[in-house]
Design a protein around this ligand. Structure first.
Ligand SMILES: [Zn+2]
Ligand SMILES: [Zn+2]
Length: 127
């Protein structure tokens, strides 16, 4: 007879919240994760304070790329370049570019220094 065994022992879940990660679309190598993302304010200079009051008739521009911290797989960064393309070390696909002097996102915001990865080259998923 089966006892109603209520596995009430809480399973040890180290990560209750799924973590957002970004993989290279081609070879699925993980190239960035939630923690390495450097957030930026959209369209800086366009009087951000008024955003709340203004009715959103104009949809804010979606950022087509993410900005991250410098990471180990970014070879030209390790080699001391100031500005270069960023290639996946797995499959050499171009994922973006970086510039220590900063770069502008398509939303208008400047990120400085900038390590930009194009969302179209990445797979966003939760782990
Ligand atoms: Zn942006
Ligand atoms: Zn790749």
């Amino acid at each position: 007879m089966e006892a109603a065994n209520n596995m009430s022992e809480s399973e040890a879940v180290p990560n209750p919240k799924p973590k957002l990660i970004y993989r290279c679309k081609k070879c699925r190598r993980i190239v960035a994760s939630e923690e390495s993302i450097v957030p930026h304010e959209r369209g800086k200079g366009e009087e951000c304070f008024k955003w709340k009051k203004r009715s959103v008739e104009k949809e804010p521009t979606q950022c087509s790329s993410i900005f991250v911290e410098a990471m180990k797989w970014m070879q030209p960064v390790q080699e001391g370049y100031v500005e270069e393309k960023l290639q996946c070390i797995g499959c050499k696909a171009r994922l973006g570019s970086f510039n220590w002097a900063g770069m502008q996102c398509n939303c208008g915001a400047w990120v400085n220094p900038a390590f930009q990865l194009h969302k179209s080259r990445l797979d966003e998923c939760y782990m």
